[in-house]
Ligand binder design. Structure first.
Ligand SMILES: Cc1ncc(COP(=O)(O)O)c(C=O)c1O
Ligand SMILES: C[C@@H](O)[C@H](N)C(=O)O
Length: 411
């Protein structure tokens, strides 16, 4: 399960981060720190790894701010109005994370005790958000199988809906959650037709539709559909600005005025009411303004990467599944190469990647990955496979791009 591997892998990367030795050496070499530096790091672990660019930092430094709890922060309000307008929804609310955005959205829709939400068994809300909708929201999750394209069978959704007129022992379904693009299904895009059909089911049964739109702009660009049309059927959407758009922090929830009013109160309850939050919103505004247009390049590079990976005989890549900025590839068991080992060797070579399962690896493109980074990563991947197959030891290998720099520090 990616979650377990993901957590383990993050721990591995942190433990092995090549950092300047802080220990003052007492030996004759004490004036010298041997710092193993990797001259270049290409980070393909996720699109959450982007760092704020100069325009974002400058906007943060000069942001017009005020107390967003006692009144409103002008920059937060500007961002919220912009996102609401783009999504063609009444209102919007800035929150610190996509996880909180989803939790608040589900809790508002399912505010009556005994509520049930229908969601995918491979959805981010179900797999990676600590079960917050249950542990904090007291909401019952009814999971349905996610298909490889990120959808859930509509017939199964209809069958799963339990109304207020149900048996005394049934919870009441009040919400359906979709995810677009779908992270664990390889960044696949849910079509307008599918979303509209699910929306029609929700309306027919008097329940709500929430879209986890952490990468909704990726879906919009990949499908060539305006984002507001893609979310038209949704009662609420959580939009991550800190993924492919590259903001350092933050998501925005959009919905009706009534929904956002309730969401704002719940955000405070959950500790998400922030004071001069305009510092963060200023960067998010730059991300929204500048980076949507760059997403198509990420998608192109994802396809180029997938094509390059197909040249490695031990890998299998389904090119048709690469619809946005993610590439998942399988490693053939006959190769005896494990995803963990491959990612470990790649890290030594300056490429960061994430195991997705016991047989697959995930690579995620973002606007801070260049064409040259892509070629470098492919070269390192092929070299890493060769290294593992030939059993060369770490010491015996001239680590490509690995340099040792003796840094003399006068103590
Ligand atoms: C599909 C999806 N939804 C929600 C989230 C949660 O966002 P955050 O990490 O900001 O809590 C993520 C990843 O982070 C995601 O990939
Ligand atoms: C793993 C997950 O939480 C994160 N959203 C990612 O896709 O990297």
């Amino acid at each position: 399960m990616m979650m377990t591997r993901f957590t383990r892998w993050v721990g591995f990367v942190n433990r092995n981060k090549i950092v300047e030795s802080s220990k003052k050496e007492t030996s004759f070499r004490r004036k010298t720190h041997a710092v193993k530096m990797v001259a270049r790091v290409v980070d393909l672990r996720s699109d959450t790894v982007t760092k704020p660019n100069e325009a974002m930092r400058s906007a943060m430094a000069t942001a017009d701010v005020d107390d967003d709890v006692l009144g409103f922060d002008p920059t937060a309000q500007k961002l919220e109005m912009e996102v609401a307008s783009i999504m063609h929804k009444d209102a919007a609310l800035f929150v610190p994370s996509g996880t909180m955005a989803n939790l608040i959205s589900v809790m508002v829709h399912c505010e009556v005790r005994g509520s049930e939400v229908i969601l995918g068994d491979n959805s981010h809300i179900h797999v990676y958000e600590n079960g917050g909708i249950s542990t904090i929201g007291g909401i019952h999750a009814k999971t349905l199988p996610n298909n490889v394209d990120g959808t859930m069978d509509i017939e199964k959704i209809v069958k799963a809906i339990r109304g207020t007129d149900g048996e005394l022992y049934y919870p009441t379904t009040r919400l359906i959650c979709l995810e677009n693009t779908h992270a664990n299904c390889g960044g696949r895009c849910l079509s307008i037709e599918y979303i509209d059909k699910v929306g029609a089911v929700a309306k027919e049964y008097g329940i709500k539709l929430h879209i986890d739109g952490a990468r909704i702009f990726n879906a919009s660009v990949a499908l060539g559909v305006p984002v507001h049309r893609l979310v038209q059927a949704a009662d609420s959407v959580s939009v991550c600005l800190s993924k492919g758009l590259g903001a350092p922090v933050g998501s925005v929830i959009v919905g009706s005025n009534e929904f956002i009013t309730k969401a704002k109160r719940l955000r405070k309850t959950l500790g998400g009411g922030m004071r001069q939050v305009g510092v963060l919103c200023a960067a998010a505004y730059v991300a929204l303004r500048d980076n949507v247009a760059k997403l198509s390049d990420d998608h192109k590079r994802a396809k180029m990467l997938a094509e390059g990976l197909r040249e490695v005989e031990h890998f299998s890549v389904d090119l048709s599944s690469v619809e946005s900025n993610m590439v998942f590839f399988d490693i053939r068991e006959t190769s005896k190469i494990s995803p963990d080992r491959l990612c470990e060797v790649l890290q030594e070579r300056g490429v960061l990647a994430m195991p997705a399962s016991s047989t697959s690896v995930r690579l995620v493109l973002h606007y801070q990955i260049s064409d040259s980074d892509l070629q470098f990563a492919l070269t390192c991947i092929k070299a890493a496979v060769e290294q593992i197959l030939t059993g060369e030891t770490k010491n015996g290998v001239v680590m490509q791009n690995m340099i040792s720099v003796a840094q003399t520090v006068t103590v």
